[in-house]
Design a protein around this ligand. Structure first.
Ligand code: SAM
Ligand code: DTB
Ligand code: SF4
Length: 363
């Protein structure tokens, strides 16, 4: 086993990222094999339990209320609907369900109580449950843990520097604070980012420094390619090349050897050969199902054909960590505190975000 290092520097990571491709692939694949079965890839299913209408201004996101995108927003899904979708996901080979909500942060109340019930319900189906609900306090993270949450997704998304060019309604520090709140529980941490938002390679390296120097490192790191959605501030950004995705996956694998590296958004633009290179370079998870949260994703049947072609097997649930126990609502040790947490709101002006917000008004 190679050692887990928590003192990576940006220069070291950049020099890995920029290695000749064949050396980078060889090194990443070698480390991958020391820690993981190279023929196993986890299949997760995303469920958008609350779509659109988000008060944040994330420049990449079609769900921000202020931009003029075509997505159909809706209220929180019912527990029964979530259960039915989870059963479908399980039947099609998924071992994990990730529920996403277009919220800035979790607020105590009936909606959060419903989400806790969704977590209990899916955990009882013997699937790994992940949530991505925005910022959470320590008490909220504890309540999710008690319900049986396996993972919490909260991406750093980019470097601390570039974050200021992407989002003005919260700060990079808020993301780290939420991750640290989750870390105080037995819920595993899923945190990664997006490439292809106009950031420099240096920003990608800085983001990896921020993730790899966490101790412990995140159990899961999603690498998304920007899906440039019309109406968002990033609608006109040119797509990145597959080689950048491969370099990013390989570098992530090398600096975080034990982590599940997720080949996340952007797969509709990738060939099978491109995805195979990503699996070779250390990616060992995908999101399956014809939709991510709001944007298209490859058809699950096509993905299963790709698995067959490459001799890949879907990973069983709870291979990396035991299934958490579910505590019922009536037996809960952690009650709602009704906190009004002071998450920041820097509110600096980001030109392209302002333009995208105003654009629809003149249409
Ligand atoms: N609102 C919560 C939050 O922001 O943490 C959870 C949902 S949010 C949609 C989850 C993640 O989706 C973001 O952190 C971002 O990495 C990813 N995402 C959103 N829009 C994307 C896009 N257009 N392309 C790629 N990834 C995107
Ligand atoms: C992550 O890193 N990627 C997923 C999951 N975590 C929640 C979300 C991708 C969303 C892509 C844009 C959309 O479909 O709205
Ligand atoms: Fe809201 Fe999350 Fe989208 Fe940002 S990424 S606008 S917080 S749903």
């Amino acid at each position: 086993m190679s050692e887990i290092r928590h003192n990576w520097t940006k220069e070291e990571i950049l020099s890995i990222y920029n290695k000749p491709m064949m050396e980078l692939l060889y090194e990443a694949a070698t480390i991958h094999r020391l820690h993981h079965d190279p023929n196993t890839v986890q299949v997760s299913t995303l469920l958008s339990i609350k779509t659109g209408g988000c008060p944040e201004d994330c420049g990449y996101c079609p769900q921000a209320a202020r931009y003029h995108t075509d997505i159909e927003g809706n209220d929180l899904m019912s527990v029964q609907h979530v259960k039915a979708q989870a059963l479908r996901a399980k039947a099609s080979g998924s071992s994990r369900v990730c529920m996403g909500a277009a919220w800035r942060n979790v607020k105590d109340g009936p909606e959060f109580d419903d989400v806790l019930e969704m977590v209990r319900t899916i955990n009882k189906l013997d699937m790994e449950v992940c949530c991505t609900l925005g910022m959470v306090t320590e008490n909220q993270a504890q309540r999710l843990a008690e319900a049986g949450l396996y993972a919490y997704n909260h991406n750093l998304d980019t470097s601390e520097d570039y974050y200021k060019d992407v989002i003005s309604t919260r700060a990079f520090e808020d993301r780290l604070d939420t991750i640290s709140n989750v870390r105080k529980t037995n819920v595993t941490v899923c945190s990664g980012g997006i490439i292809g938002m106009g950031e420099a390679v240096q920003d990608r390296a800085s983001m990896l420094v921020a993730l790899a120097t966490l101790d412990p490192q995140p159990e899961s790191v999603p690498i998304n390619a920007l899906v440039a959605v019309p109406g968002t501030p990033m609608e006109d950004i040119e797509p990145i090349s597959i080689w950048e995705m491969i370099r990013m996956v390989a570098t992530t694998r090398i600096v975080m050897p034990q982590t599940q590296v997720r080949l996340s958004a952007g797969r509709t633009e990738m060939s099978r050969e491109g995805q195979a290179m990503c699996f070779f370079a250390g990616a060992n998870s995908i999101f399956a199902g014809d939709k991510l949260l709001t944007t298209p994703n490859p058809d699950v049947g096509e993905d299963m054909k790709m698995f067959e072609l490459l001799g890949l097997n879907p990973q069983k649930p709870f291979v990396k960590k035991a299934q958490p126990e579910t505590v019922e609502a009536v037996d809960s040790e952690y009650k709602s505190l009704g906190e009004k947490p002071k998450w920041t709101r820097p509110d600096h002006k980001i030109e392209r975000n302002e333009e995208a917000k105003l654009a629809g008004k003149s249409k």
